[in-house]
Design a protein around this ligand. Structure first.
Ligand code: ZN
Length: 197
């Protein structure tokens, strides 16, 4: 990276929005992007993508406002450092951070913070099997500004902190976009059933 980590660099701030699907995580990122862009900050937005190609695109929250993003392969989180290394970037947004391998994305985030870059991420805490998903929980615990978001359970209308898969195969890392798609619903822990394929 161009920005060198030395003592005079103030560490960046980590903001984490975590929770199940349909809790408004991407909408919050879109709002952040809009506000920070208007304030004149240089921001890069990234999103983990299952397909191997990298490139530009847009992501949509469930209310369909687009966010310009650079797609990064799930197994290539270090690509984020290459893009940011072109310098002049104040803030980095990472959408769907759970898809990246835990230790490698933690290392990427720490490097960005040590370069004085503010990092905003969102992610699922749990996968559809109710297991911790990627680095989301670890990042939530180390965040300067942690936000745990919830949805509404579609079965009992209670507070939903889990995401249940109801179609789309049993591979853990399948989102709602990309070549392979799965279907999900927000549910509470008591109503959650583990999809068996
Ligand atoms: Zn419920």
């Amino acid at each position: 990276m161009v920005k060198k980590s030395h003592k005079s660099v103030k560490k960046g701030k980590l903001t984490v929005m975590a929770g199940p699907m349909f809790a408004g995580k991407t909408t919050k990122l879109l709002t952040l992007f809009s506000v920070l862009s208007n304030l004149g900050y240089n921001i890069l937005c990234f999103k983990a993508e299952a397909k191997k190609i990298n490139g530009m695109g847009h992501t949509n929250s469930h209310d369909a406002r687009p966010l310009p993003v650079i797609y990064v392969g799930m197994d290539q989180p270090e690509k984020i450092l290459q893009y940011v290394g072109e310098d002049g970037i104040d803030k980095v947004i990472i959408d769907a951070i759970h898809f990246f391998p835990k230790n490698r994305i933690l290392s990427v985030v720490k490097k960005l913070l040590n370069c004085g870059i503010d990092v905003y991420v969102n992610g699922l805490i749990y996968d559809y099997r109710k297991q911790l998903f990627g680095a989301t929980r670890a990042l939530l615990l180390m965040a300067d500004e942690p936000f745990e978001l919830f949805s509404v359970c579609v079965r009992c209308a209670g507070k939903a902190d889990h995401t249940e898969r109801i179609a789309g195969g049993i591979d853990q890392r399948i989102g709602t976009t990309g070549p392979q798609k799965a279907t999900y619903i927000p549910v509470c822990s008591r109503c959650h059933k583990i999809y068996q394929g």
